[in-house]
Write a protein that binds this ligand. Structure first.
Ligand SMILES: Nc1ncnc2c1ncn2[C@@H]1O[C@H](COP(=O)(O)OP(=O)(O)OP(=O)(O)O)[C@@H](O)[C@H]1O
Ligand SMILES: [Mg+2]
Length: 369
């Protein structure tokens, strides 16, 4: 049995809104799991049910062999860091960190030692006598982390703990959290709607959408093998180019064509013989998704030709905008590109990088190749 099991967990609020729909999830001891999804998808509700701050409508939560579904928060041995009000402003840093230990009736000398310990790990030893108001945002969040660490709970929950920080600080506190996790091995569930944060931190990512789990997997799986159209649309900056197409077999070649709109452009996919999985879909309408960085650009050579409409330099990479199958597509090129607006180009897409989705279920079609 897993360290933490959520079984058919459901939350319907008194106003009738079902925020979490029958979630099943298993987490191993020591894992850093990130719940990722757009605003309103049920991330906070899930965490609050775990912490005991929200009553569970149906289902169960088992932590380290103990059913905690209906236990009061104090008895769950879980710590939680929130997005705001992470530290108490009227207490010094040391008092903040010590407070939960006092609640647990730990001995004074043990508390002092523990505070010193976690302060060292979280690099706040120099600020123990200050009040939170005298700290920077990043330092304050480190205090919140120190306080959560001090209690040594079975499970650490973090609800967007970095969202109040500016972009630069976010990245540095995120690195800090990763270091902390490496040294403490604390089982952690971290909530964010920021995919780059999720990818950077997670052992496993749980993608949520409208109260359900879309996909669970490593960063690589979630990014490169999106199991659903939602995940393909949600992950990536810019996200995958997605287009409803019909697969056509013409002689020995396979193409994708838009059903409506511009018929002029058909996207060459490859040789039928080499792509049996796609060939089986000939005549069928599917969603096609290609990540911007999986498209190569070459001089026009009679296949997949198009014109560059916009060039967006980003320093480390350049985004080209063009029209494919009647829709706007983005292409990501490494480094600084000398491609100019109006340039004629050909697009190369390795068929292995093409993801296809069923138009009804919106789930990935397994091409078996
Ligand atoms: N106390 C409540 N009563 C009724 N509905 C609620 C309550 N709290 C949240 N909801 C609703 O439940 C759904 C999920 O909310 P939740 O706060 O879990 O989302 P979230 O994924 O954490 O979003 P965000 O990224 O914006 O924090 C939303 O539709 C929200 O409006
Ligand atoms: Mg939330």
């Amino acid at each position: 049995m897993s360290y933490l099991t959520l079984h058919a967990l459901k939350k319907t609020y008194p106003n009738g809104i079902t925020a979490v729909k029958d979630i099943d999830l298993e987490i191993e001891r020591g894992e850093f799991v990130v719940l990722l999804g757009p605003s309103g998808c049920g991330k906070t509700t899930t965490l609050r049910m775990l912490a005991g701050l929200e009553e569970v409508t149906k289902g169960s939560i088992v932590l380290d062999g103990r059913d905690i579904t209906h236990l009061p928060p104090r008895q769950r041995d879980i710590s939680m860091i929130f997005q705001s009000y992470a530290v108490w402003p009227h207490m010094t840093v040391a008092e903040n960190v010590a407070y939960p230990l006092k609640l647990r009736k730990m001995q004074k000398s043990d508390i002092a030692a523990k505070v010193q310990d976690v302060a060292k790990v979280c690099k706040i030893s120099d600020y123990l006598d200050r009040y939170p108001g005298q700290l920077s945002g990043g330092q304050r969040q480190r205090v919140a982390v120190a306080r959560a660490l001090a209690v040594n709970s079975k499970l650490s929950l973090m609800d967007e703990p970095l969202s109040n920080l500016d972009a630069k600080l976010r990245v540095s506190v995120r690195t800090f959290l990763k270091e902390i996790h490496r040294t403490t091995g604390a089982t952690t569930i971290f909530v964010t709607h920021d995919q780059s944060e999720a990818m950077a931190l997670a052992d496993r990512i749980v993608v949520m959408n409208e109260g359900s789990i879309e996909q669970v997997g490593s960063t690589r799986e979630i990014y490169n093998e999106c199991g659903s159209l939602f995940t393909a649309q949600f992950m990536g900056t810019p996200p995958a180019n997605i287009q409803k197409v019909v697969i056509h077999a013409e002689g020995a070649q396979l193409f994708a064509k838009a059903k409506e709109g511009s018929q002029a452009f058909s996207l060459y996919l490859g040789l039928t013989e080499a792509l049996p999985g796609m060939a089986r879909l000939a005549g069928k309408e599917v969603f096609l998704a290609v990540r911007p960085e999986n498209i190569r650009v070459s001089s026009p050579r009679g296949v997949n030709e198009t014109t560059v409409e916009i060039v967006e330099p980003q320093g480390a990479y350049t985004i080209l905008v063009t029209t494919v199958l009647g829709s706007e597509w983005k292409i990501m090129i490494e480094g600084d590109s000398d491609t100019k607006i109006g340039a004629h180009i050909s697009l190369d897409i390795d068929p292995r990088n093409i993801m296809l989705y069923d138009t009804e279920t919106k789930k990935r079609i397994n091409l078996g190749q």
